[in-house]
Design a protein around this ligand. Structure first.
Ligand SMILES: [Zn+2]
Length: 392
């Protein structure tokens, strides 16, 4: 292939991704508006839209009466305006969350909405990463059904990933190192695969499909086995440095504290994790089964949780100034009263000009956040992103 041909092909994919993204983020638009907002010529828009209508991912629809888009002239009398819209079920993607001893899977549409789900548990001490990936491939295969309309699979991995989003480099809570999820899953499923840090994938899902669509910078904090964080900047996952690590859970919050799984001492995760909260609730005679409710019934346990969490969050606010902070995982079960207590404590610890602007909300993704996050990263790479591959 000559360089010129490759460039034309690249441009075609860029244009497809650009138009799909715009329609995802704004909803249906007429062709003229697509051209105006993307800066592409009317001829290019017409050509790309025709290709995407032909492959089934876009459809034409009569504009609803009374609906007029910003910057758009009124339709001529007698000629109904036609909008172009995404067809959410034209393709699907698989999302996977790999946790400490459990895996959740889901088949999602082009708006990362779950259509079907599956899950399984595994004995962490007795199961190798290869065996877990084998089981994931089997379940994914069952969920996917007709492969021709499945774009690929996205894995929300329990730790940092390589810059190419192929490998999970380290998971301290699972004791795994350098697991080539993408390579193994592609071999087993014959579908493109992509891997992202689990909480960053959740942040991305919230930014494009959930409660953070109006925020330019989003910090997602997820409490379960550990305390993870992911940051989205301008609609894209923030990948600072070589590994894109944002290890909120490993900020030191306790002097001379417990030794952490990461080998440092006093990390936030040593005093804020599902296991730690269970210990505290049990020691105070509470009921572990309703963990967050029990935390709330035990003022000392709740105060300690709020104090440690906000010490970590205040550092994140002062360094990164997120427009919106979303709390997910076990925080999904926390009451509005706990959220108010967290916000109060956070404001007291954050830098003055920043504290009044803090927005703190509950994640909209619930306990499926990792699965939807995996689907979101697959959609981003395989359907909406300019440099992504394109199966059609
Ligand atoms: Zn640590």
């Amino acid at each position: 292939m000559t360089k010129k041909v490759a460039t034309a092909q690249d441009l075609r994919l860029v244009n497809r991704g650009t138009i799909r993204r715009l329609l995802r983020d704004t909803g249906p638009l007429p062709r003229a508006e697509l051209a105006r907002r993307t800066g592409l010529s009317a001829t290019t828009v017409t050509k790309v839209v025709a290709e995407l209508v032909a492959d089934g991912s876009l459809t034409e629809m009569a504009q609803e009466p009374g609906v007029e888009h910003a910057g758009q002239r009124s339709a001529k009398v007698g000629r109904p305006a036609i909008d172009v819209a995404l067809v959410p079920d034209a393709y699907s993607v698989l999302g996977v969350q790999v946790g400490a001893g459990f895996v959740q899977l889901g088949l999602c549409d082009l708006f990362a909405r779950l259509r079907r789900t599956a899950e399984f548990t595994f004995d962490l001490a007795a199961t190798s990463p290869e065996q877990v990936v084998e089981a994931i491939a089997e379940e994914a295969s069952r969920l996917a059904g007709d492969r021709r309309r499945v774009l690929g699979i996205g894995v929300a991995a329990p730790g940092p990933v390589d810059p190419a989003l192929r490998r999970n480099l380290l998971s301290i809570n699972l004791g795994w190192r350098d697991v080539p999820f993408a390579e193994w899953l592609e071999a087993a499923l014959d579908l493109p695969a992509v891997v992202e840090h689990n909480v960053r994938a959740m942040a991305l899902a919230e930014a494009h499909y959930g409660g953070a669509r109006d925020a330019a910078t989003v910090l997602y904090v997820y409490l379960r086995t550990g305390l993870g964080a992911g940051f989205v900047l301008g609609g894209q996952p923030f990948h600072p440095g070589r590994y894109g690590v944002t290890e909120l859970g490993h900020l030191r919050v306790v002097e001379k504290g417990r030794t952490c799984a990461c080998t440092a001492t006093g990390c936030l995760e040593t005093v804020l994790s599902e296991r730690y909260l269970r210990e505290q609730v049990l020691a105070a005679g509470g009921d572990q089964a309703r963990l967050m409710a029990s935390v709330e019934e035990l003022p000392a346990v709740q105060d300690e949780m709020v104090d440690h969490l906000t010490t970590g969050l205040a550092s994140a606010v002062n360094l990164l100034n997120p427009e919106l902070i979303l709390l997910g995982g076990l925080f999904g079960d926390a009451s509005d009263r706990v959220f108010a207590a967290i916000l109060d404590a956070l404001r007291a610890k954050a830098f003055p000009v920043l504290r009044d602007a803090i927005r703190l909300e509950r994640s909209t993704l619930g306990m499926n956040a990792g699965v939807v996050g995996g689907a979101a990263i697959a959609l981003e790479r395989l359907f909406y992103t300019p440099e992504g591959s394109d199966r059609s």
